[in-house]
Design a binder for this molecule. Structure first.
Ligand SMILES: Cc1cc2nc3c(=O)[nH]c(=O)nc-3n(C[C@H](O)[C@H](O)[C@H](O)COP(=O)(O)OP(=O)(O)OC[C@H]3O[C@@H](n4cnc5c(N)ncnc54)[C@H](O)[C@@H]3O)c2cc1C
Length: 304
């Protein structure tokens, strides 16, 4: 029986684990990977203590910090559900079951799918959702970035120094996001912004060769590209919080102590309804969730 099981090892889960270790809670972290979304950010300039650090480097530092404590970690494992029994949880994963007194869902978010023909067929054969991971594969190639917000612009900026030509395919009238990024993109002669443009299909043979677009809801256009970066936002991975209350966006509703409506089950980071999805906010919530779990055990388990 663990005191605490944490699903996810992004900034929220890792911080929660460090706090739990310092409270000497018997803790298990079950995660698909270590680092989470933070690792895929090209540059992080707003995590206090580092004026400038790459997402990958920051994630590495988080991992080193986590591993300096005596915390059990199961990587490449997916938590399916924290199922509440009388005064503890049965934890169902894709590789077996565990039991714990308290649990934290820190599973973050996953990329939103475009939902057009060819997207699934060409995934990892030209279609990708991570510029930081895959941009180097498209050196001197022509690529399309689908989206018009900060994620799409972050991907475009990363590709500017690698790809030959970047088409930024935006369904809206104009780009929306940080002015600094918009300016940088508009100045680049490698980027062609196609506003009011909808992606209809991704085509190719073994790998992507072209995409079919619809401009201004009428004119069809074909573009020859070898890569398609889909950057149209993300959605919460609330899976392990199988019985908790969520809002309309499927985000887990938490109070300021990171408690969900299920006693003993806490949530932290991007998977919650916290309005700001940022590394520092996720880390802060991870700390709160862990301390709340500790208080829950002291009050409800040892006192009973
Ligand atoms: C391109 C990009 C750039 C960004 N740049 C910045 C920035 O500069 N500054 C900033 O502050 N924020 C930035 N962000 C936001 C930041 O990355 C997130 O707010 C932060 O990573 C959220 O942390 P988290 O721990 O809640 O979730 P995540 O980082 O998403 O981590 C979730 C973890 O849960 C694991 N997981 C998922 N499902 C399961 C499951 N069922 N079972 C077990 N494990 C599971 C994942 O493998 C992962 O380890 C950026 C995001 C993106 C996409």
């Amino acid at each position: 029986m663990y005191d605490l099981i944490i699903a996810g090892a992004g900034p929220a889960g890792i911080t929660a684990a460090v706090y739990a270790a310092r409270k000497k809670m018997k803790t298990l972290v079950v995660t698909k990977n270590i680092g989470g979304y933070a690792a895929s950010s090209a540059t992080v300039e707003n995590y206090i203590g580092y004026q400038f650090i790459s997402g990958a480097e920051l994630a590495k530092k988080f991992e080193e910090h986590l591993k300096s404590f005596d915390v059990e970690i199961k990587e490449n494992t997916e938590v399916l559900c924290f199922r509440k029994l009388d005064n503890h949880f049965k934890v169902e994963t894709d590789k077996g079951e565990y039991e714990c007194l308290t649990a934290i869902v820190a599973t973050g978010r996953k990329p939103r799918l475009l939902g057009v023909p060819g997207e699934v067929a060409f995934k990892n054969r030209g279609v990708t959702y991570c510029a930081t991971c895959d941009a180097p594969l498209f050196a001197r190639k022509d690529v399309a970035v689908i989206g018009g917000g900060n994620s799409a612009m972050d991907a475009t900026i990363q590709l500017m120094s690698i790809a030959n030509k970047i088409y930024l395919i935006n369904i809206n009238n104009d780009l929306e996001g940080d002015e600094i990024m918009i300016e940088k993109i508009k100045k680049s002669d490698k980027v062609e912004i196609l506003n009011n443009t909808n992606t209809k299909e991704i085509m190719g043979d073994k790998f992507v060769n072209n995409i079919k677009l619809q401009v201004n809801k009428s004119v069809e256009r074909m573009l020859d590209v070898q890569g398609v970066f889909i950057e149209i936002g993300s959605m919460p991975v609330k899976g392990p919080g199988c019985d908790v209350n969520t809002n309309k966006k499927d985000e887990i509703i938490v109070n300021k102590r990171c408690e969900t409506d299920v006693p003993g089950l806490f949530a932290a980071g991007d998977v919650t309804d916290v309005p700001e999805k940022q590394i520092i906010v996720a880390a802060g919530q991870g700390a709160i969730a862990s301390l709340s779990a500790f208080k829950y055990i002291s009050k409800n388990i040892f006192d009973s």
